[in-house]
Design a protein around this ligand. Structure first.
Ligand code: GLU
Length: 557
């Protein structure tokens, strides 16, 4: 058959040649070994922790090698498209401090966008150039089979327990003559363009996956669809053309694509493209309490898969980034501890060290990372972060919390501790911080902790405390008075003596201070109580103690 004629029938005259695009998008001039990576999401509007995890890997791979990280939007599926999804992707990644060097987030004419367009729907002419070439070479053909026909074939294959799909003897449109094709076109039948696969079922492809190691898979034998009936490419074909022309050197993508690797291998070879390196990332896993095993994080069951969850609750993006780094490379944590002052971007990231079996997402671990990283931020940074979060998420409360900037700063200094090496680690995420600090702004409805002593003693201690309290006492004068209350109630004031002979006392001065602490703050553990009272003011403190006394008296305990 005259394939050139077929190509000229199927494609517009003004489709450019592949050579035109090869010249237009030359190899990038980058340092040896620099990697070009990309994030290639479909604009469905849902972007989750797994996306962030691989985007961070892509970004690190590109930027630790002086390469390029770009954003391409895979919008070939019109049905799944959601308005504003591209902005969401860019904003979410930016929030987590991941920036693209080029691509869909920049204006088309931006100087760095030399490999665009970066929206697949705007690249249709480019795909057609390569599809046309395949037709000219006899490597692609139009297929007029209807959905019903294809279904029928699948049923037959299933019945005969054969491999399902469009291949070999089942690929009935493979051998249509040019006359038959012309007839069908004249009838106005719609068609898809299929690859004429050259693969053989008894041969294998072998490649080195950057994450999973050596992969062996049977060659592709399916005449897969390259262009759908509306001329829009499938993922497979667009992947080959785009990653080739955008000069991607490393494709990090979900493991669900691994089974399609033979298709991509064949496409790259038939199109004469150099293969990029692949790294197939395993799904993020979590410990499942029900089964005691690991399972995939699921959109339906696990709210923590959604990135909105972290923004709404106010996880600091830097803490999230550090946590994701610990998931991405198991040696990161040790490095980060060894060099606490080094910028985490200096960590020698390695794609080979990424988990093959699925990194285990663990909220407790995330929280411990958050506590640690939060404690390294300055009070000013924390103030700014909390303020921004509060204004966006709790605008009414924000007015109360931030009415007095100095008060908030003193609280932060107190809660974080001012000595660099001995900072407190109470803060995990913004919502948790404000719920912990709420008592400093409003009267608590009830105390969070319970007293460890009976109500008569608690009442008596609190009475004595109110009686002798003087707001002008400094920390040590204040504490002397607490000691006196302890002694008056036969509690030990000398800790050494107390430790030697605990049975001799109902408790120590620490227990007396705890009673006061619970009455004032509602908590057993807080930073320095005297300082809290200084911030809170005398009136507030007295009101709280009075309230606590009433509650104690009212309680039946
Ligand atoms: N659009 C594909 C997806 O969202 C991209 C896969 C790839 O990175 O190649 O799964």
């Amino acid at each position: 058959m005259d394939y050139k004629e077929l190509a000229s029938i199927l494609f517009d005259k003004d489709v450019e040649t592949p050579e035109y695009y090869e010249e237009k998008f030359p190899y990038r001039k980058l340092k040896n070994n620099a990697q070009v990576t990309r994030m290639a999401p479909s604009p469905t509007g849902f972007i989750h922790l797994g996306n962030l995890y691989s985007a961070l890997a892509d970004e690190r791979i590109a930027h630790t090698t002086d390469g390029v990280f770009y954003l391409r939007i895979e919008d070939t599926d019109e049905k799944r498209k959601v308005d504003g999804a591209v902005e969401t992707i860019i904003n979410v990644l930016r929030y987590f401090d991941i920036e693209f060097d080029e691509g869909a987030g920049y204006k088309a004419e931006a100087p760095q966008n030399t490999y665009g367009p970066y929206f697949q729907r705007q690249r249709v002419q480019i795909y057609h150039a390569y599809a046309k070439r395949l037709v000219e070479q006899g490597l692609a053909y139009p297929c007029f089979c209807t959905a019903e026909e294809l279904n029928k074939v699948r049923e037959e294959q299933e019945e005969a327990k054969e491999l399902t799909g469009y291949y070999g003897k089942y690929a009935t449109c493979r051998d249509l003559t040019i006359e038959q094709i012309k007839e069908r076109l004249e009838e106005g039948l719609s068609f898809v363009l299929r690859l004429r696969s050259q693969g053989s079922p008894d041969k294998e492809i072998v490649f080195e996956d950057k994450i999973k190691g050596k992969i062996r898979l049977p060659e592709n034998i399916h005449d897969i669809v390259l262009l759908k009936s509306d001329g829009i490419p499938t993922y497979h074909f667009a992947h080959a053309v785009d990653d080739h022309l955008m000069r991607t050197t490393m494709v990090i993508r979900g493991v669900e694509w691994l089974d399609s690797a033979p298709i991509h291998y064949e496409l790259f070879h038939l199109l004469g493209f150099k293969m990029p390196a692949y790294g197939h990332t395993a799904h993020l896993m979590k410990f499942d309490e029900e089964t005691g095993g690991k399972r995939k994080l699921s959109k339906r069951k696990d709210p923590e898969l959604s990135l909105d969850y972290y923004r709404k609750d106010g996880y600091h993006p830097y803490c999230m980034k550090v946590y994701l780094m610990t998931l991405l490379n198991s040696n990161f944590e040790e490095w980060h501890e060894k060099y606490p002052d080094k910028d985490i971007n200096e960590f020698p990231f390695s794609v080979e060290k990424m988990s093959q079996s699925g990194a285990l997402f663990d909220k407790d671990k995330l929280h411990s990372v958050c506590k640690n990283e939060f404690s390294k931020l300055s009070e000013e940074e924390v103030y700014k972060f909390l303020h921004t979060w509060a204004v966006e998420n709790e605008p009414e409360q924000a007015k109360v919390w931030f009415a007095d900037q100095e008060k908030m700063m003193s609280i932060l200094r107190l809660y974080m501790g001012t000595q660099a090496k001995r900072r407190r680690k109470d803060f995990i995420y913004a919502k948790q911080v404000f719920s912990m600090l709420a008592y400093l702004f409003e009267m608590p409805k009830e105390v969070a902790s319970e007293y460890h002593y009976d109500k008569e003693l608690v009442s008596s201690v609190l009475h004595a405390y109110l009686k002798t309290f003087d707001f002008n006492d400094d920390n040590s004068a204040w504490f002397e008075k607490v000691k006196k209350i302890a002694a008056d109630h036969q509690f030990a004031t000398d800790m050494k003596a107390y430790k030697k002979n605990k049975e001799a006392y109902p408790g120590s001065v620490t227990d007396i201070a705890e009673i006061i602490r619970i009455a004032v703050t509602g908590y057993e553990n807080t930073p320095d109580l005297w300082s809290i009272i200084q911030i809170m003011g005398e009136g507030q403190m007295r009101d709280r103690i009075t309230l606590s006394m009433n509650q104690v008296v009212a309680s039946t305990k």
